[in-house]
Design a protein around this ligand. Structure first.
Ligand SMILES: CC(C)(COP(=O)(O)OP(=O)(O)OC[C@H]1O[C@@H](n2cnc3c(N)ncnc32)[C@H](O)[C@@H]1OP(=O)(O)O)[C@@H](O)C(=O)NCCC(=O)NCCS
Length: 184
């Protein structure tokens, strides 16, 4: 689904635009995700596992735009992609389609400016418009900044999967499951 662009001023004064990604953004998205997988510790992929081509990414974005139960957003600063957020239904199966799943990532130089919070707020609004009744996510228990934001927007933990991620050095991370009720 396509969301109309919105403009925002961050607390430090810079202006950003949040809008749906379009297939023309595919090169920027491929580069952005590589940067995220390289700089962020808590992602599910290692950078060498990110092998998507711009052509495949363009098709993926087109699919997201055509899906009435998905909003795939980019955050742009001076024309550059600096963050992404996504919410889509857990499954097309009728018994599961009241549930959305949310994810987001902010480029390292742009962290701490309020973009992650703004994205969560925006994705909650869009989820309500799509009539999701709840949205869910999974986060590494060490990812304190992400958990802080989710709690700020009333996500509630409902369980921890011990040793949910195994790192290449043999260490493990636990995964926290969280849910946000959109009806109450
Ligand atoms: C997690 C992430 C999305 C946060 O985005 P961001 O734009 O930096 O977040 P914001 O600036 O909106 O908010 C940061 C909040 O964390 C708080 N914070 C900073 N350091 C913290 C810490 N060590 N412990 C807890 N909270 C902390 C800040 O005070 C701020 O909260 P406030 O708005 O209530 O003051 C971003 O760091 C990111 O993309 N990381 C890599 C990918 C990732 O982890 N994605 C989530 C996977 S589930």
């Amino acid at each position: 689904m396509r969301r109309e662009p919105s403009r925002h001023t961050l607390k430090e004064g810079s202006n950003i635009t949040i809008r749906s990604l379009s297939p023309q953004d595919a090169h920027a998205v491929v580069a952005f995700m590589l940067e995220i997988y390289t700089t962020s510790r808590y992602m599910v992929k290692y950078p060498d596992e990110w092998t998507v081509t711009p052509r495949a990414e363009a098709a993926y974005i087109r699919g997201a735009l055509e899906d009435p139960h998905r909003v795939l957003l980019g955050v742009f600063h001076k024309g550059n992609l600096v963050a992404m957020g996504d919410v889509f239904e857990v499954s097309k199966r009728q018994r599961l389609s009241h549930r959305g799943t949310l994810s987001l990532a902010v480029a390292l130089p742009y962290e701490g400016r309020g973009i992650g919070s703004l994205l969560v707020e925006t994705l909650i609004e869009e989820s309500k418009k799509m009539k999701f009744e709840q949205i869910e996510l999974t986060v590494v228990t060490e990812n304190k900044v992400a958990i802080h934001i989710y709690e700020k927007y009333q996500f509630i933990p409902y369980g921890t999967l011990k040793r949910g991620m195994k790192n290449r050095d043999g260490s493990y991370w636990d995964l926290l499951h969280m849910v946000r009720d959109l009806e109450g």
